[in-house]
Design a protein. Structure first.
Length: 333
């Protein structure tokens, strides 16, 4: 067992990506003794994401806030935590535009609070999960880990600030940290405010399919299990101070992706795509909407040998089938 990988605290482990990280670790990582999941269970956190592993003797759930420093220190001391993997974050851009202060409190102050804990207990390694949005919109090419930051939404600004605090604490207090930036994730269990599950549910429930502007905004789509495997690899090859981009190299314009989703859902439902296309509605664009993100992932491929295992077609089919089989998963959405 690599150092620092026996007893792990996961923040935001009831969310979409955090729960995938926990499920993957308990299934795939040998020698893992304990994963403690700290989650406040806000609207996007759901313990049903973990119902398949909740009886695993290595798993503990604690409901709590990352702003509660005393609670986090108690958890780390009681469970002899070696690594913190920090997923907990407000992450929906639309919500950040409506209420930027809450994003500052969770994403910036929450991260600082965790770093203060690691400052008191410097034997703990801290991995910070960030986003491609901190680099801002790019017209062409890809951005590497050393690119300048240019956040354009309150969400992106809050993640950029948290990244900077991780770097500052690492340099100033000589903490053991790693950082990863990922592209857009998709897959089972994702809360349906996000684009792919929202469009799947819209088709299934015959609701409007709203798309911003002309639908030309472009994103790289990464299957969630590939993302969390990359994080586990970063931890297994632990080299403090490293920063890695994680992406799939699968860029899609939003409108093209929506038409692809419609075609695949119609095929699975044995229906004609034409019954879904009239549901598409072009709506006023989001303020400050970034046109395109794209990460250069050569570093993680070269240094760790990571590459996504799941093709976009495979991932999309898995995702659609999961939502078809779990229509009750988010009752009332």
């Amino acid at each position: 067992m690599p150092p620092k990988l026996r007893r792990i605290l996961v923040t935001g482990g009831a969310g979409f990506i955090g729960s995938a990280f926990i499920r993957f670790g308990l299934k795939e990582i040998d020698g893992l003794e304990k994963i403690v999941n700290l989650d406040l269970l806000t609207y996007a956190g759901n313990l049903r994401n973990l119902q398949n592993i909740e009886k695993d003797a290595r798993y503990r759930f604690i409901r709590g806030n990352i702003l509660n420093g005393a609670l986090i220190e108690e958890i780390c001391r009681k469970h002899d935590i070696e690594t913190i993997v920090h997923f907990a974050a407000e992450s929906h851009v639309d919500r950040s535009i409506k209420n930027p202060k809450s994003f500052y409190e969770t994403n910036v102050l929450g991260t600082i609070n965790l770093l203060e804990l690691v400052r008191r207990l410097p034997e703990i390694h801290f991995h910070h999960v960030s986003t491609d949005e901190v680099y801002g919109s790019i017209a062409r090419g890809q951005v590497s880990e050393g690119a300048p930051y240019s956040p354009n939404s309150p969400y992106a600004a809050s993640k950029a600030a948290s990244d900077h605090f991780v770097r500052a604490y690492t340099k100033t207090y000589r903490l053991s940290t790693t950082v990863s930036h990922c592209t857009n994730n998709y897959g089972p269990y994702q809360y349906p405010e996000k684009f792919i599950p929202r469009m799947i549910y819209g088709c299934l429930m015959r609701r409007e399919l709203p798309i911003y502007g002309k639908g030309m905004n472009c994103r790289d789509w990464l299957y969630v299990e590939d993302h969390v495997e990359a994080i586990w690899m970063i931890l297994q090859h632990l080299e403090p101070g490293k920063i890695y981009n994680i992406g799939a190299g699968c860029e899609k314009k939003n409108l093209d992706l929506l038409h692809l989703l419609i075609e695949k859902i119609a095929e699975v439902q044995n229906e004609r795509p034409e019954i879904y296309r009239p549901l598409i509605r072009f709506v006023e664009d989001r303020p400050g909407h970034d046109e395109r993100y794209a990460l250069d992932c050569a570093k993680i491929q070269k240094e760790l040998g990571w590459r996504p295992r799941t093709s976009f077609d495979q991932g999309l089919e898995k995702t659609i089938h999961w939502y078809l089989e779990n229509r009750e998963f988010y009752d009332g959405i």
